[in-house]
Ligand binder design. Structure first.
Ligand code: IMP
Ligand code: MG
Length: 177
């Protein structure tokens, strides 16, 4: 698999994001809402670099179809903390068309937070079909299908400590495994 971002680059990227968040929120308490399952690894790494009081909440967004196609989005918010009047930071693994982040943001806005900002690990350039952009982006990447550091292909590869470009040969290994 071609490695796009190695562990060291990712570590520096998360350090940078933590500094930007410290600058933005100072010592104010925040509630981080992680979109499951892709944001899991970033969430775990990021929160250990933050010093302000942090509450952790989870929300799930998934499309009906597996694989690289995105289908209709289903949002499950049973695991959400109460975010009314809270400063919320919504995080996701990747901003592709932007539909996931926009729809989940709308769901959270209905819960009346004091503020809401968004942070993504990856921004896939040139793919957005929405008007808004994430407030914080760790890395911009070209339009390739990537896995690792939380990102999956059919729920596999999330545990890779690096980000790799999934190639046809990898898929064949996957299919025959
Ligand atoms: P969006 O709604 O099109 O922005 O897509 C966001 C979701 O699609 C992410 O949360 C991922 O689950 C998935 N996704 C988009 N691009 C990739 C990719 O390159 N690798 C793995 N998952 C992806
Ligand atoms: Mg996914």
């Amino acid at each position: 698999m071609k490695i796009l971002l190695n562990e060291q680059q990712i570590g520096h990227g998360i350090d940078r994001l933590a500094s930007q968040l410290k600058e933005h929120y100072k010592d104010h308490p925040i509630t981080i809402v992680g979109i499951m399952t892709g944001s899991l690894v970033m969430l775990a790494d990021l929160i250990r670099r933050l010093e302000m009081p942090v509450r952790i909440s989870l929300i799930q967004a998934s499309s009906y179809r597996g694989g690289t196609q995105s289908g209709d989005l289903v949002i499950q918010d049973q695991m959400m903390l109460d975010i009314k009047d809270r400063d919320v930071l919504l995080i996701d693994d990747i901003f592709d068309t932007g539909k996931t982040l926009v729809q989940v943001t709308q769901r959270l806005v209905a819960m009346k937070p004091k503020s809401i900002r968004t942070a993504v690990f990856l921004n896939k350039l040139g793919q957005s079909v929405v008007a808004s952009v994430p407030d914080f982006v760790v890395f911009e990447i070209p339009n390739e299908f990537v896995v690792g550091y939380g990102l999956d292909y059919e729920d596999l590869y999330r545990n890779l400590p690096y980000v790799g470009v999934l190639e046809a040969s990898d898929l064949q290994i996957h299919v025959s495994a």
